[in-house]
Design a protein around this ligand. Structure first.
Ligand SMILES: Cc1cc2nc3c(=O)[nH]c(=O)nc-3n(C[C@H](O)[C@H](O)[C@H](O)COP(=O)(O)OP(=O)(O)OC[C@H]3O[C@@H](n4cnc5c(N)ncnc54)[C@H](O)[C@@H]3O)c2cc1C
Length: 390
């Protein structure tokens, strides 16, 4: 049994975590061994297989209630699964858990028809989606969207504008597009619409290759006409997208924090194992204080980050979803993961820098964690406001 401080908060859902890890070892590790490139974005058909299989076993979207196709897990259990997936070092494990292409909390505000048609297939892992929020001139400042949705006399809407840096746009079944409603009758404000990706006026524009192999896309809304039923949440959803989005941001940020904790722990384990074996100047390099400083500093930060994430997840299960808690956890865990991966790569010297080594990949991969779900600076803005500053 682990004596690490964070184990105090890990015991409660140990059975779920062990069952998940057994699935990873039994099914995903052998599949990973067949990947053409071990580290990188796995092919879409393999990701779909992993997603559906994990959903059937009850892990994917585990916190969604059973009536929606989930397993009704506490949120803390989901966070523990994300930590375990990262720590496993299995490149396919993260795809067994719902991420930014999976069920969107925004759709929980959907009409019964939207829940049936869009949310449930996502929970079952049978469909994926993308979220089109960011614009060329509105990233962190999502309140200043310029894409518009104009209500037509017949009640349908026409969406116009450009969205950028959209994950999974090339594979998604549908997009959740946030545009500013301008419908007359005082209707105004950011509104979410579901738009099928095969809509003839929804076009993928520029494609961007991410540092670690993921593709982001520009989405061009060229007078995309959608029926009134496309507004997420129906009439009550008009102007409500950012309010609903903000309500769900805390959980998304804690999931990112948990992924970072797991990755950091895996990177640290690699660093420690290497330092115990590698010899220089007649000694194992782990005997040198500069190397110890890298690894002990990382150990302290990883434990602190894990504890913070788990404590915040526990508070969520207890009904406390304070945005500043999630912001603190996401800030701490993402920045910790960047530092820990960097230090373990240093400990590996040239060996960790070579393409194909997990640390070489993680060094590129983990960097996005300080940008997605709000940059580190934006997390600090949230915490500063909660502290009564500015
Ligand atoms: C891997 C990846 C996946 C993504 N997926 C999606 C997706 O699926 N859908 C989607 O809509 N978007 C997505 N994005 C876009 C992402 O949400 C934005 O990049 C992010 O919100 C930051 O916006 P920006 O890039 O325009 O930077 P900007 O907002 O222009 O910020 C530039 C810099 O200024 C800082 N800054 C801005 N405002 C403040 C402030 N008030 N105080 C202090 N500093 C500030 C920022 O922290 C940053 O350092 C993705 C991005 C990445 C990297």
């Amino acid at each position: 049994m682990s004596t690490a401080p964070s184990s105090v908060l890990e015991t409660e859902h140990r059975e779920i975590t062990e069952a998940f890890m057994s699935f990873v070892r039994r099914e995903l590790v052998p599949l990973s061994a067949e990947l053409p490139e071990t580290w990188g974005m796995p092919p879409a058909d393999l990701r779909a297989h992993v997603r559906k299989r994990s959903a059937r076993l009850g892990f994917y979207a585990g916190d969604y209630p059973e009536e929606l196709g989930g397993s009704g897990m506490p949120f803390t259990a989901v966070v523990l699964l994300h930590q375990a997936a990262g720590r496993s070092g299995c490149p396919l494990a993260p795809y067994a858990l719902a991420g930014s292409d999976g069920p969107s909390p925004l759709l929980r505000q959907g009409t019964p028809e939207q829940v049936e048609r869009y949310l449930k297939p996502l929970v079952r892992g049978e469909a994926t989606r993308c979220l089109a929020l960011t614009e060329p001139n509105a990233g962190s400042d999502a309140f200043h969207l310029t894409s518009t949705a104009t209500r037509q006399p017949a009640g349908d809407w026409v969406l116009t504008g450009r969205k950028t840096f959209v994950s999974n746009a090339g594979h998604a079944d549908f997009a959740i597009v946030v545009a500013r409603a301008a419908g007359g009758n005082g209707e105004d404000g950011p509104t979410a619409f579901v738009v099928d990706m095969d809509h003839p006026r929804l076009r993928i524009g520029q494609r961007y290759d991410g540092m670690s192999g993921e593709e982001l896309c520009e989405l061009v809304l060229d007078d995309v006409r959608v029926p009134a039923e496309a507004v997420v949440g129906g009439e009550e959803g008009i102007g409500a997208a950012l309010g609903h989005g903000i309500d769900s941001l805390s959980r998304g940020r804690l999931v990112v924090a948990a992924m970072c904790d797991g990755i950091a722990e895996y990177a640290l384990e690699l660093g420690v194992a290497y330092a115990r074996e590698r010899r220089a100047f007649g000694e194992r390099i782990g005997a040198y204080q500069h190397v110890q400083e890298h690894l002990v500093g990382s150990r302290a930060e990883v434990e602190a980050a894990k504890l913070l994430t788990l404590a915040c997840a526990r508070l969520v299960d207890g009904g406390v979803e304070a945005p500043e808690n999630a912001a603190l956890a996401k800030l701490t865990s993402s920045e910790t993961a960047v530092r820990v991966v960097d230090r373990s790569l240093r400990v590996h010297g040239a060996t960790g820098w070579v393409r194909g080594h997990p640390l070489e990949f993680l060094y590129r991969y983990v960097r996005m964690m300080t940008i997605i779900e709000g940059t580190s600076e934006i997390q600090k803005v949230i915490v500063a406001r909660a502290m009564g500053l500015g």
